[in-house]
Design a protein around this ligand. Structure first.
Ligand code: ARG
Length: 408
């Protein structure tokens, strides 16, 4: 097999799959292995991961605390784009992939490695995201997908691990495939593959069961500056902390559980379950504030742009120039998304219950039904005649066939 690889960077999670890979790659390609693990808020013991990597023969290991970078360069764009794939999924895993790929390439270049390996299967979206990003950033680097190449079943993998002295995780019998970062936690496989069965409570780690969540509602206040959350309940916070705090608060109220049928890039329909308390709350609040300060034309056009943005990012095309083009429009609209939003959290729900902004296009004097109103209601009469003109005309034409004359 391909002997031409002398050094390979492995995107390493520390789990069973990538640990088997670490050994398998050394044996199959007879090359040196460098591992890299990014901290994107998945709350793992990174010291332990590093030790495991060294123990399994890696010549070097990198632990990168990428939480700030993840929020600033990825999550913040998603907030401004109100990004929800197919109207439901806040793209938590999707957003982290180009970041991880970026670091993989940086380290491969530094280490003069000629390949990057990842733990993705041939059925999912992550392979598409990793490969496209890596191959675009550095076409010289070969991308290896051991899961696709080795064709081992789970049982065979465990056997292989035992034979090679690879530590077997305590949750090895768990049927679920989990991925987590600051923006959310995804759970797939096992009983979840039956779309008609309600997800068992055991899959959730971040959120309380709504029925058993706090009996008292909680109202929080989020402050935004140019589309980005900067304070929680009037306390200015580093954004990584703000998101972590909101995951806690939302989770306590059972907010952010998502169960939907997702259309994967490769065409499969798949049942995906997520816990995304902070993302759910922030996107809802942001969208509300954005509407408050934007014109109707901006609001309606932006819905189309946001949808396209979410699709591109989901589909692994973070590096496509169209994404940057859309970002320019999205950033421009967000210049005025500054203000506050109050959200009420209660038993699985998050509701907007108030908003405030110096850029609001709302005018109490115009909107009020009280006497002080400055809106001249008589103007509506003429407006309505003109607004419905073409619709009326069309109806008459289709009814009469001959030419129609409307008198204004
Ligand atoms: N379906 C989600 C996505 O494509 C989650 C993927 C999670 N990845 C994983 N390796 N478990 O973004």
């Amino acid at each position: 097999m391909a002997k031409e690889i002398s050094k390979c960077v492995l995107l390493y999670s520390g789990g069973l799959d990538t640990s088997c890979m670490l050994k398998w790659l050394q044996e199959t390609y007879n090359c040196e292995l460098v591992t890299v693990t990014l901290d994107v808020g998945q709350k793992k013991n990174f010291k332990e991961i590093e030790e495991k990597s060294k123990q399994l023969g890696a010549v070097a290991h990198y632990t990168i605390d990428a939480r700030e970078e993840f929020v600033k360069n990825y999550v913040n764009h998603a907030i401004k784009a109100n990004a929800l794939y197919e109207g439901e999924y806040p793209l938590s895993s999707s957003l982290s992939r180009p970041l991880i790929a970026n670091w993989g390439v940086k380290i491969a270049e530094k280490e003069e490695a000629d390949a990057i390996a990842h733990g993705c299967t041939g059925k999912g979206n992550d392979q598409v995201r990793f490969n496209i990003t890596i191959e675009t950033l550095n076409p010289e680097i070969k991308v290896i997908s051991p899961v696709v190449e080795w064709g081992m079943t789970r049982i065979q993998e465990i056997e292989y691990a035992k034979k090679k002295g690879i530590p077997i995780p305590v949750d090895v019998s768990s049927p679920y495939s989990i991925d987590a970062n600051l923006w959310g936690r995804s759970i797939e496989c096992g009983i979840l593959e039956k779309p008609d069965v309600e997800p068992p409570e055991e899959i959730y780690e971040w959120t309380k069961k709504p029925e058993e969540a706090e009996d008292k509602s909680e109202t929080i206040k989020l402050t935004f500056e140019k589309g980005i959350p900067t304070a929680l309940n009037d306390e200015e916070m580093n954004e990584v902390e703000l998101i972590m705090e909101l995951n806690e608060i939302g989770g306590k109220h059972g907010v952010g559980r998502i169960d939907h049928m997702e259309d994967r890039i490769v065409g499969l329909k798949s049942r995906e379950v997520y816990e995304c308390p902070a993302a759910t709350i922030i996107i809802k609040a942001h969208k509300d504030l954005e509407k408050y300060v934007s014109t109707r034309h901006e609001v309606l056009f932006k819905e189309t742009v946001d949808k396209e943005w979410a699709f591109l990012v989901y589909a692994g095309l973070w590096i496509d120039p169209l994404k940057k083009d859309l970002d320019a429009f999205i950033d421009s609209v967000n210049e005025k998304v500054t203000g506050e939003v109050k959200m009420k959290l209660y038993k699985g729900h998050s509701m907007v219950v108030g908003r405030k902004s110096e850029y609001a296009l709302y005018d109490l004097n115009l909107a009020t039904y009280e006497e002080i109103s400055t809106f001249d209601q008589k103007l509506s009469k003429g407006f309505i005649k003109l607004w419905g003109l073409q619709s009326k005309m069309s109806r008459l034409v289709s009814k009469r066939k001959e030419a129609v004359q409307i008198t204004l």
